[in-house]
Design a protein around this ligand. Structure first.
Ligand code: SF4
Length: 304
């Protein structure tokens, strides 16, 4: 793997030097992927997890610093182990052999070089999902064209002041809209197999924050205006104050049923297609366990 002298992999464009294991950029990560969990994951939208699970690979580190991050252990504390692009390709092979519906790359944007290299080694036969904060550069996304079948971006904020305050990205809203346009260009409209499992398309996730329904509704307006019903929207109720959310009283609680209904009603008024969640999803039990990652996934035995 090559080290990077001036990193521009994500919209921070911070020009950082990144060696194999560490970097001095906003994300602080080196170029060698660090993974915190590999395995079937059953808590995505039903058309993704299906009955056999989604083959998730959770990458450590992040290009945002969300104070409320629901995966704080890996995004901020950087738990995980370093693997090579070869080993990443072996994760695809092993997950595929387990019978999952798809390969699901969770927060891989800062490892774009290694991800592209892994696909050159092995392109999975099942659909590949790219699960992202939405804060992506169009140039990096273009390098994934032809490898990714389904994009699963968040759209976290309409108001950039909130993006700066809670995630450290002053230009999040416009950057994310541009990124989603590129994702939709690549995937086209939503298609499913005969069992209702998604094969192609873009699903935008919106995590409703307490006291911020106005911003959530503005995001829905933006999505509808730009994409009509070509993409799906997944309105998530699972916000749980984690990480440093306790420092921000206005977001230091779960959302109420009234807040969630207000956002869902707006999506219904806009005649949008997608998914809603039970409020009971707002529980730390739904946060995956990042205690250890099985190294069995990193080697592939082609004789079985
Ligand atoms: S990937 Fe990391 S080092 Fe590279 S531009 Fe983004 S934040 Fe900076």
């Amino acid at each position: 793997m090559k080290t990077i002298e001036h990193c521009a992999a994500c919209p921070h464009n911070c020009g950082a030097k990144r060696n194999l294991l560490e970097g001095d950029g906003f994300c602080q990560m080196g170029v060698m992927p660090k993974v915190a969990r590999v395995g079937p994951h059953y808590w995505e939208e039903p058309c993704i997890s299906g009955s056999k699970g989604s083959g998730a690979i959770f990458f450590s580190g992040c290009t945002l610093k969300c104070v409320f991050c629901q995966n704080y252990e890996i995004s901020a504390n950087h738990v995980g182990v370093h693997i090579t692009p070869d080993q990443l390709a072996n994760c695809y092979r092993n997950l595929e052999k387990q019978g999952v519906h798809n390969i699901n790359l969770v927060s891989a944007s800062h490892y774009i070089d290694a991800v592209v290299e892994s696909f050159k080694i092995y392109k999975p036969k099942i659909p590949v999902l790219y699960n992202t904060s939405g804060y992506e550069s169009v140039e990096s996304l273009r390098r994934l064209d032809g490898y990714i079948d389904i994009y699963l971006p968040d759209f976290k904020y309409s108001d950039n002041r909130l993006a700066m305050k809670y995630s450290g990205a002053y230009n999040y809203s416009l950057v994310t809209l541009r990124a989603i346009k590129e994702m939709v260009r690549q995937t086209g409209k939503i298609t499913y197999d005969e069992n209702g499992i998604i094969q192609k398309g873009t699903i935008v996730r919106l995590l409703v924050l307490p006291n911020h329904t106005k911003d959530a509704k503005a995001i829905l307006d933006t999505i509808k205006y730009n994409f009509g019903n070509k993409i799906l929207v997944s309105i998530m109720s699972q916000y749980t104050p984690m990480g440093e959310a306790y420092k921000y009283p206005e977001i230091n609680r779960k959302i109420t049923e009234k807040e969630y209904d207000e956002v869902v009603d707006h999506a219904i008024d806009l005649d949008m297609d997608g998914f809603v969640q039970e409020l009971s999803a707002a529980d730390e039990e739904f946060v995956p366990n990042f205690d250890s990652v099985s190294s069995d996934y990193f080697n592939y035995d082609s004789t079985h």
